[in-house]
Design a protein around this ligand. Structure first.
Ligand code: ZN
Ligand code: ZN
Length: 226
């Protein structure tokens, strides 16, 4: 009853601030203008010129994970919404984005949702882990358990100026497994996939704990720089 009443009241759109009566936090115009990732690489979801292709990197080398599923491009208003969610704890901003991820990944058969960890200090500063919050939303939709299988006891050292392999080593040292046994098919959950370094490192660790297939679910994927 109360819920129906609340839905009947007009709300201000998070982007243009005009009043609307849509179910989500955005007006129909702003929701339709968000950049969709319509042409993802079939493996890493990096936006490509046309749909149904592999990016050059995935053509050369198979990633450790099965596939990244990411319905939005990390640009324009999607970037703003994710930053509001992540740094200001504005959950309505994520509510504008995560239902599309739930829909895009609806056919996946995974037995556990594993959030990418943030290190303890940052967790305390922000008060929450955005990946865990997202995993909880998806778990609610699918009745799939959330397993906090990974732990990040300290911050990743500054990645600037490091080679690719040094960056991987850096990440690997910062992350730890805290379970010994995972189901065969799991999904790693994160807000944004920019390089695939984090996803690859996490997938490798999850496989050490028995996962055979690791999918990566993220709200948004960064287009290739330049
Ligand atoms: Zn609007
Ligand atoms: Zn790719």
């Amino acid at each position: 009853m109360l819920r129906r009443l609340l839905h009947a009241l007009p709300r201000a759109c998070l982007i243009c601030h005009r009043l609307h009566r849509e179910t989500g936090p955005l007006c129909a115009t702003c929701a339709a203008a968000l950049p969709r990732n319509h042409t993802p690489c079939n493996r890493c979801a990096e936006p490509q010129a046309v749909a149904g292709q592999l990016c050059r990197r995935c053509q050369k080398k198979n990633p450790t994970f099965e596939q990244v599923i990411s319905p939005w491009r990390y640009q324009d208003e999607v970037t703003r919404l994710i930053q509001q969610f992540k740094f200001e704890g504005r959950l309505a901003a994520a509510d504008a984005l995560w239902p599309a991820l739930a829909q895009a990944a609806a056919g996946l058969e995974v037995e556990a949702l594993v959030p990418v960890p943030v290190h303890d200090t940052r967790h305390r500063e922000r008060g929450f882990n955005q990946a865990l919050w997202l995993a909880d939303r998806l778990a609610g939709q699918w009745q799939t358990p959330v397993v906090e299988a990974l732990h990040k006891p300290r911050a990743t050292a500054d990645q600037v100026g490091l080679s690719r392999s040094q960056r991987h080593a850096n990440l690997r040292n910062a992350l730890q497994l805290r379970v010994t046994r995972l189901p065969a098919s799991v999904a790693l959950v994160d807000d944004v996939v920019s390089s695939t370094a984090t996803a690859s490192t996490c997938a490798r660790l999850l496989k050490q704990a028995g996962a055979r297939r690791v999918f990566v679910l993220a709200l948004a994927r960064t287009p290739r720089a330049g």
